[in-house]
Design a protein around this ligand. Structure first.
Ligand code: AP5
Length: 215
């Protein structure tokens, strides 16, 4: 199975990707998580990416595309993959189509997780992420078992720098201008599944599974 999760920042793409990854036993490719890893390892790529991310802007296409090109040819992607936060622009989507085509494969479905802007700010202010593995929690909607610690790896939870209200507003603007047009792009390929992302986490997951024909 090869899936793309589309949706505004905070729509729940990462949360749903984690659940789909466990079900299908295929990796999630989250360009945001890869960049955050580079930032914490203080690599050159991390240094370039951080100024865009902290401002709520997109990292330039050429940097993102190179990163994904390298990632999808690894062994663990043989049985499929879930893209979370990639592609985010038309040039990225075109580059992905070409990369996959060169490998003789293609995307099966694009899941559009729809959440109105007004819900996003509340979600972002309550989000906590694991400082080590990137797993995502929420102070109200998805609490960790032991306060302040990741359920998966027991590392400390933290708030993301780009979850400040002003930055979230910039990210939403960028989403509407540069990423939303991808729905039309993939509609032309007849691949879009629409999901109401305002329901609770389990209900959203169940709706996705149903549309994928899994229950
Ligand atoms: P990235 O890390 O991809 O962030 P994003 O797309 O803005 O999405 P988020 O991770 O913020 O949200 P999400 O939809 O995954 O929601 P989550 O499941 O965590 O990108 C960060 C930055 O990196 C970008 O701004 C850009 O600078 C750069 N970047 C990354 N990829 C790039 C690319 N391809 N090109 C260029 N630049 C790129 O959920 C959010 C919160 O809500 C959580 O607390 C969660 O527990 C809670 N929640 C989830 N689902 C529900 C629900 N159904 N009900 C209630 N609460 C819920």
């Amino acid at each position: 199975m090869r899936l793309i999760l589309l949706g505004a920042p905070g729509a729940g793409k990462g949360t749903q990707a984690e659940m789909l990854m466990k079900y299908y036993k295929i990796p999630t490719i989250s360009t945001g998580n890869i960049f955050r890893e580079h930032i914490s390892n203080k690599t050159d790529l991390g240094k370039q990416a951080t100024k865009y991310m902290d401002a709520g802007q997109l990292v330039p296409d050429e940097l993102v595309i190179e990163l994904v090109k390298d990632r999808i040819t690894r062994d663990d992607c043989k049985n499929g993959m879930i893209f979370d936060g990639f592609p985010r622009t038309i040039p990225q989507a075109e580059a992905l189509d070409k990369m996959l085509n060169d490998l003789g494969i293609s995307i099966d479905y694009v899941i559009d997780v729809d959440v109105p802007d007004e819900n996003i700010i509340e979600r972002m202010s309550g989000r906590r992420v694991c400082s080590k593995c990137g797993a995502s929690y929420h102070t109200k909607h998805k609490k960790e078992k032991l306060e302040g610690n990741c359920d998966e790896c027991a590392s400390t939870l933290m708030q993301r720098v780009d979850d400040k209200e002003e930055t979230v507003k910039n990210r939403l603007q960028v989403y509407h201008m540069q990423t939303k047009p991808l729905i039309e792009y993939y509609n032309k390929q007849n691949k879009v599944l629409y999901i109401d992302g305002t329901a609770d986490v389990i209900k959203v997951h169940d709706s996705i599974m149903k549309l994928l024909g899994e229950n």
